[in-house]
Design a protein around this ligand. Structure first.
Ligand code: C2G
Length: 138
C-alpha cells in the first residue's frame, strides 16, 4: 500500500483544499491528513474560524481521505512519516521547497495551488460580497 500524507489548517474548507487532497489521493492508495490543532495554529499566527474538531470531522467525511491525525508541531512530520510508513509527502506549491529535508525519508511533491480561492478570499467576500469561484476543473 502506497501511503500519502499532507498537513494543513483546512479552515472554511473549499475547492482548493479538495483539489489538493483528491490529487494527492490519486498518487497512492491511502491518504492521511494532519490537521493543524487550534494551539498549533496560534503558533502559526493563524486563528481558524472553524475549530479543530469540526475541521477534522469534515476531512474524515471525505471519500479521498483515509485517516486524520492532529498536527501539533512543525517538527512532527519526520516522526509521522516513519511511524505511519509514509511513501509520499505532498503540499500545495505555496510551500515549494520548504520541506525538501523530508526527501531523506520519502518522496516529496508540491502540487500547483488552485488559483482564485483561499480561506482569506472567502472571508473577504463575506465582508464585501463578490462571488468566489475557481476556474472550471479540466
Ligand atoms: N491549497 C491549495 N490551493 C488553495 C489553497 C490551499 O492547494 N487555493 C493547499 C495549500 O498549499 C496547503 C493545503 O491546501 O498544502 C492546506 O492549506 P492551509 O489550510 O492554508 O494550510 P497551511 O496554513 O498552509 O498549513 O505544516 C504545514 C502547515 O500546517 C500548512
Amino acid at each position: 500500500m502506497r501511503k500519502v500524507i499532507t498537513y494543513g489548517t483546512f479552515d472554511l474548507f473549499h475547492m482548493g483544499h479538495l483539489r489538493l487532497l483528491e490529487r494527492l489521493r490519486e498518487m497512492g492508495d491511502h491518504l492521511t491528513v494532519a490537521v493543524s490543532s487550534d494551539a498549533f495554529n496560534a503558533g502559526k499566527g493563524k486563528s481558524a474560524t472553524v475549530c479543530y474538531e469540526e475541521r477534522a470531522h469534515i476531512l474524515r467525511a471525505l471519500r479521498c481521505v483515509d485517516d486524520v491525525i492532529a498536527e501539533d508541531a512543525w517538527e512532527q512530520k519526520a516522526d509521522d512519516i516513519r511511524r505511519l510508513g509514509i511513501h509520499v509527502f505532498g503540499m500545495g506549491s505555496d510551500w515549494d521547497g520548504k520541506f525538501d529535508d523530508l526527501k531523506a525519508l520519502c518522496e516529496v511533491v508540491y502540487l500547483p495551488r488552485t488559483e482564485g480561492i483561499s480561506t482569506s478570499l472567502i472571508k473577504e467576500s463575506i465582508v464585501s460580497p463578490t462571488p468566489v469561484r475557481v476556474a472550471a476543473s479540466r
